[in-house]
Design a protein around this ligand. Structure first.
Ligand code: FRU
Length: 465
C-alpha cells in the first residue's frame, strides 16, 4: 500500500495504489463484508477496469484481497469489467456486471469459485443480454452503441428483477427493468422511471432501488450528481414524492449492502479534486466514502449516518461542554491532526454564520472553512484549501434545516477527505489537498453576532488497515 502521501486517507478505503472508482458487488457473506471496486491495477487513471477487492469482519478494519475480476482477452468484457452488483442465489454468490467490448456494453454474470470470493467463474454464455431494448430507444454516442450499463438485482416472490442504467435517445436518463427466473434469461419490461434531461441528466449510471418497507428509494448517478427519488415502487413503476441529492459534494456512483442484521449500508466513490497530473504524481486515485447507514425518518425524509462501528477507531479525545463565540472572535482548538472526527451542536444565536475551519495552517494561508449560515446553508470553501494549482478551488454548498434549530454536525477529516454529515440527513463530501505540513489546525469563529458550539468533541482516528 502506498502511504507516503499526506493526502492519502487512512480510515477511508482506498486502492493499494493506482485507480479506484465505483463500489461494486457489495455483499455480507459468511459474516464478512466484501467491498469490490472498479480498479485499474496499471496506473492511477481509468482504463481496462478490473474489480479490486477489500474485506472486513467488522466494517472498521479492512484487508486488501487480490484482484477479483479481470477482463478476458477473448470475452465480452475484453475492454473492462464495469460496475455491477452481487446477489446470493440460493447459496451461490453471483455477480452481474457490465462487460465492455467494441463500443458495446454487455451484461455478464459470474459465480464465486471460493468462499472467500477471491475468484469468480465467468459464465461461458456471457453476455446474458445482447439486444438493446428498442422501446424507448437507447442513446447512441460517439463512444458507445448504446449507453446501457450497471446493475441492481433483487428477488421478489421467487422472481429475479434487474435495473440497468441507460440514456434514452432524445430523452434523459432511465432505469430499465428486466425480469428473470434464473438470473440468465432476462425479459425486458420497460423503464421504472425516466428523467427529463434538464433536471436529471442524459444518462443514468448505477441505478439502485432500496426498499424501506412502505416506501422505496431509487438513486441514480447522472455524471454530475447522485440524485435520489423517494416514493413508492410497484408493478414496474416508480411514483416519486420527493427528490434531493444523496451528497452535495465529491461523491458518485454509490452502491448499498443489505447486512445480515437488516441494515442498508451505502458506500460512494469519492473522486479526486486534483487534476490528472496531480493524480499521476501521487500514484493513486479515488477513495470510498465511509459506510453510511440509510433509513427513513418518521417524517418520511432520508437519514444518513456513519455506521456506529466507526466509533471503534476513536483515539485521543478533546472535549468541551460549550464554546461561546462573540462576533468576530476565533477560537483555536488544541488539536493538530489530519485524521479526525469532530462532533458538535451549533447554535447561531444572533450570528450570521459560524465557521469551523479545518486543515488550517497557523498563518491561515491554507484552510478549509465549513461555514453554517442563517440562510440555513452549509458551505465547504475550498478557495484557500491548497496552494497547489492542481487542486480544485471552489465552494460547495447544501441546504440544511432552519437555522433557529441547533445544527448537529459530524465532520470526518482524513488526509484529503472532508466528509460532512448535518443533522444525520444531509451530506457534503469534499476532497482537499493542503500542501503544508502544518495545515493541521482546527478553529471556530462567529460572524455578525454571538454563537454557541456545544457538546464539542474531537477524536483522532486510527487507520483501518
Ligand atoms: C460510473 C461508471 C459506470 C461504469 C463504471 C466504469 O462511475 O461510469 O457507469 O460501469 O463507472 O468504470
Amino acid at each position: 500500500r502506498l502511504d507516503d502521501d499526506p493526502s492519502r486517507p487512512s480510515y477511508h478505503v482506498t486502492p493499494p495504489a493506482n485507480w479506484l472508482n465505483d463500489p461494486n458487488g457489495l455483499i455480507h457473506w459468511n459474516g464478512r463484508y466484501h467491498l469490490f471496486y472498479q480498479y485499474n491495477p496499471a496506473g492511477p487513471f481509468h482504463n481496462t477496469i478490473h474489480w479490486g477487492h477489500a474485506v472486513s469482519d467488522n466494517l472498521v478494519h479492512w484487508e486488501d484481497r487480490p484482484v477479483a475480476l479481470t477482463p478476458s482477452p477473448d470475452g465480452p468484457d475484453r475492454d473492462g469489467c464495469w460496475s455491477g452488483c452481487a446477489v446470493d442465489n440460493d447459496g451461490v454468490p453471483t455477480v452481474l456486471y457490465t462487460g465492455g467490448r467494441d463500443k458495446r456494453q454487455l451484461p455478464c454474470i459470474a459465480t464465486a469459485a471460493d468462499d472467500g470470493l477471491t475468484a469468480w467463474d465467468k459464465d461461458p454464455d456471457n453476455p446474458i443480454i445482447e439486444e438493446l431494448p428498442s422501446e424507448p430507444e437507447v442513446l447512441r454516442t460517439e463512444d458507445w452503441e448504446g449507453e446501457f450499463r450497471d446493475h441492481c438485482v433483487w428477488r421478489e416472490d421467487g422472481t429475479w428483477y434487474q435495473l440497468i442504467g441507460a440514456g434514452i435517445e432524445g430523452g434523459g436518463g432511465a432505469a430499465l427493468l428486466y425480469e428473470s427466473a434464473d438470473l440468465r434469461n432476462w425479459e425486458y419490461q420497460g423503464p421504472i422511471l425516466a428523467g427529463d434531461r434538464d433536471t436529471a441528466g442524459t444518462v443514468w449510471e448505477c441505478p439502485e432501488l432500496l426498499d424501506f418497507g412502505d416506501r422505496q428509494l431509487l438513486h441514480i448517478s447522472n455524471y454530475e450528481d447522485v440524485v435520489y427519488f423517494l416514493g413508492t415502487y410497484a408493478d414496474g413503476e416508480f411514483e416519486v414524492d420527493r427528490r434531493d441529492k444523496l451528497d452535495h459534494g465529491d461523491f458518485y456512483a454509490p452502491q448499498s449492502m443489505w447486512t445480515d442484521d437488516g441494515r442498508i449500508l451505502t458506500w460512494g466513490w469519492l473522486p479526486e479534486a486534483r487534476d490528472v497530473s496531480g493524480q499521476w504524481d501521487a500514484g493513486w486515485s479515488g477513495a470510498m466514502s465511509l459506510p453510511r447507514e440509510l433509513s427513513l425518518a418518521d417524517d418520511g425524509g432520508l437519514c444518513q449516518r456513519p455506521v456506529p462501528e466507526l466509533t471503534e477507531l476513536r483515539g485521543d479525545n478533546t472535549s468541551y461542554d460549550e464554546v461561546r463565540l462573540d462576533d468576530g472572535e476565533s477560537e483555536s482548538l488544541p488539536v493538530e491532526s489530519r485524521s479526525f472526527e469532530l462532533r458538535a451542536t451549533v447554535r447561531l444565536e444572533d450570528a450570521d454564520a459560524v465557521e469551523l475551519s479545518v486543515l488550517e495552517s497557523p498563518d491561515g494561508e491554507e484552510r478549509t472553512p465549513i461555514r453554517y449560515t442563517y440562510q440555513s446553508e452549509i458551505a465547504v470553501d475550498r478557495v484557500a484549501s491548497s496552494t497547489d494549482p492542481k487542486a480544485t478551488s471552489d465552494t460547495q454548498t447544501m441546504r440544511v434545516r432552519p437555522y433557529d434549530a441547533p445544527l448537529s454536525l459530524r465532520v470526518f477529516v482524513d488526509g484529503s477527505v472532508v466528509e460532512v454529515f448535518a443533522n444525520e440527513r444531509h451530506c457534503l463530501t469534499s476532497r482537499v489537498y493542503p500542501t503544508r505540513e502544518d495545515a493541521t489546525g482546527i478553529s471556530l469563529s462567529a460572524e455578525g453576532g454571538r454563537a454557541t458550539v456545544a457538546s464539542l468533541d474531537v477524536w483522532e482516528l486510527d487507520s483501518v488497515w
